[in-house]
Design a protein. Structure first.
Length: 137
């Protein structure tokens, strides 16, 4: 088994460190081995372990120019609404989706917000609401 990995099944290893190897045995016409080196595996900033509610992490990159990722963590499968407000408190964008337990993200593009400035992103779920500030150049 590769260093920094744990066994999930006979042929699948799960990464448990930032630099580790993933190895999977394939069968078929010819036996193949696929090995990939993962060099950078980063947790979102502001990560806090919690299974009791919704968590919203700081968008990355922040500030951003063309696009940014807004990561969040959910305790279970649920519908999520992301609302983005400008400095005056006016809603300028909204996105919805259904996401499962664990970490997921929304992609926010420059066209979603139109103008440079400071914004507040509010994530709404049945498990709670969380907000973060972000800046677009």
């Amino acid at each position: 088994m590769p260093a920094g990995a744990s066994i999930l099944s006979n042929n699948l290893h799960v990464l448990t460190s930032p630099t580790a190897y993933y190895e999977k045995q394939c069968t078929g016409a010819a036996l193949k081995s696929l090995i990939m080196t993962v060099t950078q595996l980063e947790m979102p900033q502001g990560h806090a372990a919690s299974d009791s509610g919704v968590e919203l992490y700081q968008n990355s990159p922040n500030p951003f120019i063309e696009m940014t990722l807004l990561w969040f963590r959910l305790p279970a499968l649920t519908e999520v609404v992301l609302r983005i407000f400008n400095q005056q408190g006016k809603e300028v964008a909204a996105k919805t989706g259904v996401f499962g337990h664990g970490e997921s993200h929304f992609v926010i593009h420059r066209a979603d917000l139109r103008e440079p400035g400071f914004y507040t992103a509010r994530l709404e779920t049945p498990y709670g609401t969380a907000s973060r500030r972000m800046m677009m150049y």
